[in-house]
Design a protein around this ligand. Structure first.
Ligand code: NAD
Length: 478
């Protein structure tokens, strides 16, 4: 069994209390335990990061490039093994696990290149004989707080730019997925990160996470998780007058117009709403369908859902893995009950499935006859549950798509250039997909949303430089 430890000030720490890491596909599989950090460990990590910052922020870019490149190479090389670990811990299928691990490697590879391209400018002053240099400097000690649903990719897309631009890191992963985070930390440590530059503190949000956001010695917090926790991060960060970025929930619409290619639309809906067990912030939980295509679209989605295998994430024939834990399962089941009470029709699924192994197996659930004001159409469920909402035409579909407090991703299936172009311009979302699922993005371009889904600078791609660096304007009289 794996025994996972915290990494603070260049040391793996033992001596804390152990916590069990569960396999959602098989409750009898005790594959890891992890040490829970205490608030003293967090303070030590922050102090070590602060002490390491002057040297690390002034280190040669090539040293940082080489470190990130070594990390990328090892993740790539071990993608099958790490993908299986991720499937075992989080419950996404092996193929999804390997895909996520590959993405983590690509992110490190990308930022190893960005280290050598840190931008700056020289602009002429309006006063003669004066030069102005605009440079970017590391921000300082950054607290990185991540959720369980992408347990290696999201840490990667925060840690890689943080280190690339010369920041020191205190990383707190989600309680449900410490092994994926620990495996990444282990790779970073063995790649030769200097003592104090990178620290891993595992444990609950209310103690370890709170100790990070309470600390006046943290210069910036990058958070991904639920809206409720995001609000806490925002209020604590404002109190300390430090920068923060929040990536939070979604209630992403997929619009299907009468002129859509039916096969494409069904693929987008099924993939976007139900793959990764619907546990993606970009999942298409609202499928808004116009009148002429709705009947045949629903029939085809139901036929597709009936052909999907829900099962053990480690079984290569599984299409949809288990729900991550009992708390999330209860939330999914409560929303399925609520949908029926609200008057929606449960057209497919929603039943617990009994399997040989004891796990959280839930049949994907498709509701029809849903209206935009029902709670199942307004609140993030974060499970394999989607709602079909009727619209008479494109204009009504767009209005329903934007009728939400969230604004992460929005998709449209249409063969009309006119509607596709109009939707790209008018969907109130940070990311727009045409004839593609709302989930599934590239690693080298900005990721993020609008409205209640996100706050602050974008993550990923070159845009990450905005959050992880501070701009300095220097004047020199010649
Ligand atoms: P969560 O808010 O419960 O937890 C996220 C992280 O915050 C965890 O590490 C948790 O321990 C920590 N945390 C909890 N309380 C804290 C506190 N008081 N102080 C500091 N940290 C604290 O979210 P979750 O259940 O892990 O993840 C699911 C949510 O994440 C969903 O809402 C989903 O949409 C969102 N998500 C968003 C994105 C995005 O990029 N927009 C990506 C993935 C997941």
């Amino acid at each position: 069994m794996l025994k996972l430890m915290n990494y603070v000030a260049g040391e793996w720490l033992g001596g804390g209390s152990d916590h069990r890491d569960e396999n959602p596909s098989d409750h009898n599989d005790e594959f890891a335990t992890y040490q829970v950090a205490n608030s003293d460990n967090v303070l030590q990590a922050i102090a070590a990061a602060r002490a390491a910052f002057p040297a690390w922020s002034r280190s040669s870019p090539i040293a940082r490039h080489d470190l990130l490149k070594r990390v990328a190479t090892e993740i790539f090389t071990r993608k099958e093994e790490l993908g299986a670990m991720l499937a075992r811990e989080e419950g996404k299928t092996i193929a999804e696990g390997i895909g996520e691990v590959t993405r983590a490697a690509q992110v490190f590879e990308f930022f190893s290149g960005e280290v050598l391209r840190i931008p700056g400018e020289r602009i002429a002053s309006v006063r003669p004989g004066i030069d102005i240099d605009i440079t970017r400097e590391a921000v300082g000690v950054v607290g990185l707080i991540t959720p369980w649903n992408f347990p290696i990719a999201i840490p990667a897309w925060k840690i890689a730019p943080a280190l690339a631009y010369g920041n020191c890191v205190v990383f707190k992963p989600a309680e449900l997925t410490p092994a994926s985070a620990w495996a990444l930390a282990d790779i970073i440590v063995r790649a030769g990160v200097p003592s104090g530059v990178f620290n891993l503190v595992m444990g609950s949000g209310s103690s370890v996470g709170q100790a990070i956001i309470d600390s006046p010695d943290i210069d910036a917090v990058s958070f991904t998780g639920s809206v409720g926790t995001g609000r806490l991060v925002a209020s604590e960060s404002t109190k300390h007058m430090r920068r923060f970025q929040l990536e939070m929930g979604g209630k992403n619409p997929l619009v299907v117009l009468d002129d859509a290619d039916l096969t494409t639309a069904v693929e987008c809906a099924v993939n976007g709403a139900f793959y990764s067990t619907g546990q993606r912030c970009t999942a298409s939980s609202r499928i808004i369908v116009t009148d002429q295509i709705r009947g045949k679209f629903i029939d085809a989605v139901v036929e597709r859902l009936a052909s999907l295998k829900v099962g053990d994430a480690l079984d290569a024939t599984t299409h949809i893995g288990p729900v991550v834990d009992s708390r999330q399962l209860e939330q999914d089941l409560n929303y399925i009950k609520l949908g029926k009470q609200e008057g929606a029709t449960l057209r497919f699924g929603g039943e617990l499935l009994k399997q040989e192994k004891r796990g959280h197996y839930l049949q994907p659930a498709l509701f029809t006859d849903v209206s935009s004001n029902m709670r199942i159409a307004r609140e993030e469920i974060f499970g394999p549950v989607a709602s079909v909402i009727a619209a008479k035409d494109y204009d009504e579909a767009l209005a329903i798509a934007n009728d939400t407090e969230f604004g992460l991703s929005a998709g449209i299936c249409t063969t009309s250039l006119k509607y596709a172009t109009h939707f790209k311009r008018n969907a109130e979302a940070g990311m727009v997909m045409v004839n593609l699922p709302t989930a599934g993005v590239d690693f080298h371009v900005p990721f993020g949303g609008r409205k209640g889904s996100s706050f602050g600078a974008r993550e990923q791609g070159r845009y990450a430089v905005e959050f992880y660096t501070a701009v300095k304007t220097a004047y020199t009289a010649a």
